[in-house]
Design a protein around this ligand. Structure first.
Ligand SMILES: [Zn+2]
Length: 391
């Protein structure tokens, strides 16, 4: 039986730190003397994408709110993990950044008392997406914390936040977990066959959710296969353009699958909250309220879909870059763990030079940069595959 910290492979130091904090927090609530310095009211979770920043923050929130320190079994733990706990304010950016109004509302709510008598936890995912004004509103709240409020911010690195906020948070740094640690979770918890689990863990470079998706989701597996076909297939103009089209299309399909999986349960729970299907007094009024809430939800889902689409294509480009990095390692004879199958790598490695591989890596990085500048995806990716074909 695992508790709420069971989903953080390879993060033993972080888990130990958080457990100490949970112990100190419980002591505080019980009026006992806590371990000095173990608990504080503002935390910043950092680490590369997929290392589990928000998983760690969510687990910590569950442990703080659970009467048994994060058992993973009780109603409180389930509510935190499902994001429905009354003392958990779960904040995600509307659109691509947090606005000042959204942050002010949050700061007001965070000043309240916990309903469950333990803590009020504010979990701010992607805190680096705060606008400057929003960051100022947030800073005030963190400077003058309500006694029972705990702030959990997540960002890729501490440098992504303004120094004034950063300096008031305890920084928790997650590391990239070893492929073997990620594979172990896939094997033990998801029942995935060992060879496939290890291949997926390596390709995902320590990104746990990504590794799981590669191992179990056919759309992700298809996209992965498409990426790996690119280096072998881009030999001239025609195949390069075809590879670009395939890459963009499968990334979009995967993003769509990911988005749909998230969207429908959200719409469903909103309909349930408004009591759809019931009859009697006040139903017509409730239905009108639901239409407004549904519109809000759909707007949020739409901007999330845009973000997922961008992230999925970027992920494909990173996998491609990883393939060429492996090629370079093979060409230079370096002794490192390779993410891709060595037989495939040797074929490409023997047909090109290290200089050519470096140029290709640069073309991939240029493409990623162009996508952040909102160049049409197909255009940017075509330009890249043409550079790959030239060598
Ligand atoms: Zn519990």
């Amino acid at each position: 039986m695992t508790d709420v910290f069971g989903d953080l492979p390879g993060q033993d130091a972080v888990v130990a730190q958080l457990r100490r904090a949970v112990g100190a927090a419980s002591a505080l609530l019980a009026g006992q003397r806590p371990e000095p310095g173990a608990m504080t009211h503002a935390w910043l979770f950092t680490g590369p994408p997929g290392s589990g920043r928000s998983v760690a923050a969510r687990a910590f929130a569950a442990a703080l709110l659970c009467p048994s320190g994060g058992c993973g079994q009780c109603a409180s733990c389930h509510q935190v993990l499902a994001g429905t706990h009354a003392d958990l304010l779960l904040i995600r950016p509307e659109g691509l950044s947090y606005g000042v109004k959204q942050t002010r509302d949050l700061v007001l709510r965070a000043a309240g008392k916990p309903t469950g008598g333990r803590w009020q936890v504010v979990l701010f995912e992607d805190a680096d997406r705060c606008t400057e004004q929003a960051a100022n509103a947030l800073l005030k709240a963190i400077e003058e914390p309500a006694p029972r409020t705990v702030w959990l911010l997540c960002a890729p690195s501490a440098e992504d936040l303004v120094p004034t906020i950063r300096s008031r948070c305890r920084v928790v740094t997650l590391v990239v977990p070893a492929s073997s640690a990620v594979a172990k979770v896939l094997i033990e918890r998801d029942g995935i066959e060992p060879a496939r689990a290890l291949a997926a863990a390596r390709a995902a470079q320590g990104h746990v959710g990504r590794a799981r998706r590669l191992a179990v989701d056919p759309a992700a597996a298809r996209r992965w296969a498409d990426v790996l076909r690119v280096p072998l297939s881009v030999t001239s103009l025609g195949p390069a353009l075809a590879a670009a089209a395939a890459l963009v299309r499968t990334a979009e399909e995967e993003a769509k699958a990911v988005t749909e999986e998230l969207d429908e349960p959200e719409r469903e729970s909103l309909r349930r909250a408004f009591g759809e299907g019931s009859t009697g007094k006040g139903v017509a009024k409730a239905m009108r309220g639901m239409a407004g809430a549904m519109k809000d939800l759909e707007d949020r889902q739409k901007s999330r879909a845009t973000r997922v689409k961008r992230d999925t294509l970027d992920q494909a480009l990173l996998e491609l870059a990883l393939f060429y990095r492996d090629i370079l390692m093979v060409q230079l004879g370096a002794e490192v763990e390779l993410a891709n199958s060595e037989a495939e790598l040797r074929k490409v490695a023997s047909a090109s030079s290290p200089e050519g591989t470096l140029r290709r890596l640069q073309a991939i990085m240029r493409c990623r940069e162009r996508l952040t500048l909102n160049v049409a995806p197909l255009l940017a990716v075509e330009e890249m595959t043409l550079s790959l074909a030239e060598g």
